[in-house]
Design a protein around this ligand. Structure first.
Ligand code: EPZ
Length: 422
């Protein structure tokens, strides 16, 4: 596994381009299972999770082509085995997104339980309960979900006990192929869910309420997409770049964004004192750091609330604010592992249950630290860039799962950062 060596503090300057959204690309790639012909995708980011998704599709019998340089992927969904095996799903929990399309298109699926990950148990009970309500027989045996449609998928009303992004996505796949009307109550409003729904609508699906807590789907099947599917920009990567600009006090121009999907994140940074101009219909962010950052009280929440995937980044930034901040992690039960690593750099953070209390400002001192989960690894790079001296961030696999060569983009902006094999 690789590690990053960072000499700080780093002053950056210039422009950076945000890559395609991982959490949009994954559900869209799995949606190709619903079709009988080639589906082409553009602006696919170069990430380990994309590698794993294409491997899963190939194990099912699909042919895939990935032109990495231009970010184009084509999937020929000739599915033969309706199985998503453990050795792939354990690497990427989003493998659970094979379940909905296989059941919807082929009436059967054998998908490994994803298992937990660093940030929590990550159960999929809401997915299973909803499928059962749609007429799917679901048994969980020996670490696998065995699903089969008894006679046909029948639309019904589903109430999710808690907002679930991939749970909503799995039921979108099934609803478009079911008979009758499916109503998803307390469904996720995340832009990645809307992007999947809009794609399915462009293929003839009858869906209303995308982006609201109530989505209504009239079953009726799909027609092959007539043009390549464009992956939207990654709003979490964009937010991460804003936090890097503010922490290193380096004005940056961030391109290929969609500011309209970042309102809660931009509002928080502006409340801290950042100046962020939105240009070119919100596809460009011009970020100007402040000398003094104000402390905040932040609570993560489902969209349009403050995203849990940005919690580690803003927690790191709040270490530089003047005064006491509090960050409440309301989505996952164990998403503060980065705090112990940040403390090694000098952070003053206390965690009590799902509340982190931060005293600032502190001056980070470089030290060896370890990445734990995908988004937290970005906050450690951010802290390393801000620290005095050398920081070594190990277990970089986590970072490469979710960010397209973040170190290369940082080097181009002037960061003293090198990748070494561990
Ligand atoms: C998606 O995960 C994202 N992943 C996560 O991003 C993101 O952090 C999360 O949504 C929340 O926004 C992808 O889209 C591939 P949930 P997902 O189902 O769908 C509980 C990243 O870094 N729950 O919305 O797995 C669950 O434990 C990743 O890219 C159940 O209890 O999250 C959590 O506490 C990390 N039972 C809460 O609901 C279920 O059946 C929200 O989870 C499903 C979820």
């Amino acid at each position: 596994m690789d590690a990053l060596l960072i000499e700080g503090p780093s002053k950056l300057s210039g422009k950076v381009e945000v890559s395609g959204s991982k959490n949009s690309a994954l559900p869209l790639l799995f949606a190709s299972i619903l079709f009988d012909g080639k589906v082409t995708f553009e602006n696919i980011p170069r990430l380990w999770d994309i590698e794993t998704t294409l491997k899963l599709l190939e194990l099912m019998g699909c042919r895939t082509e990935w032109e990495k340089e231009v970010g184009r992927v084509s999937v020929f969904p000739e599915v033969k085995t309706k199985v998503a095996p453990y050795d792939q799903v354990k690497k990427m929990r989003a493998g659970i997104l094979a379940l909905g399309p296989l059941v919807a298109k082929y009436g059967e699926a054998k998908v490994s339980l994803p298992g937990g990950c660093a940030i929590g148990a990550r159960p999929v009970n809401y997915h299973i309960e909803a499928l059962r309500k749609m007429g799917v027989r679901v048994e969980v045996e020996e670490g696998y979900i065995h699903a089969s449609v008894k006679d046909k998928l029948v639309g019904t009303e589903i109430l999710f006990p808690e907002v679930t992004v991939t749970g909503t996505e799995n039921l979108l796949y099934v609803g478009v192929m079911a008979e009758g009307t499916t109503v998803l109550q307390n469904s996720a409003c995340e832009p990645e869910v809307v992007a999947l729904g809009e794609f399915l609508k462009s293929c003839g699906a009858n869906i209303s309420g995308l982006g609201t807590p109530t989505i209504t789907i009239e079953g009726g099947g799909l027609k092959l997409p007539s043009q390549p599917v464009q992956i939207p920009p990654d709003r979490i990567e964009a937010g991460t770049w804003v936090s890097i600009s503010l922490a290193t006090r380096s004005p940056l121009e961030i391109n290929h964004c969609d500011a309209s999907k970042m309102t809660s994140v931009l509002a928080a940074f502006r409340q801290m004192g950042a100046k962020i101009e939105e240009r070119n219909q919100g596809t460009t962010l011009k970020v100007t750091p402040a000398e003094i950052y104000h402390p905040l009280h932040i609570e993560t929440a489902p969209y349009p609330g403050f995203p849990t995937d940005m919690q580690a980044q803003i927690l790191t930034l709040l270490c530089l604010a003047q005064g006491r901040s509090t960050v409440v992690e309301s989505i996952f039960e164990n998403r503060f592992m980065h705090v112990a690593e940040l403390r090694r750099l000098g952070a003053q953070i206390e965690v009590n249950g799902n509340v982190a209390t931060v005293e600032g400002p502190v001056e980070f001192q470089g030290a060896p630290i370890m990445a734990t989960d995908l988004r937290a690894s970005a906050c450690l790079v951010l802290a390393g860039l801000t620290s005095k001296g050398s920081t070594r961030v190990s277990r970089l696999y986590h970072l490469d799962r979710g960010y397209q060569r973040l170190d290369e983009k940082l080097r181009r902006l002037g960061a003293k950062i090198t990748r070494v094999a561990e």
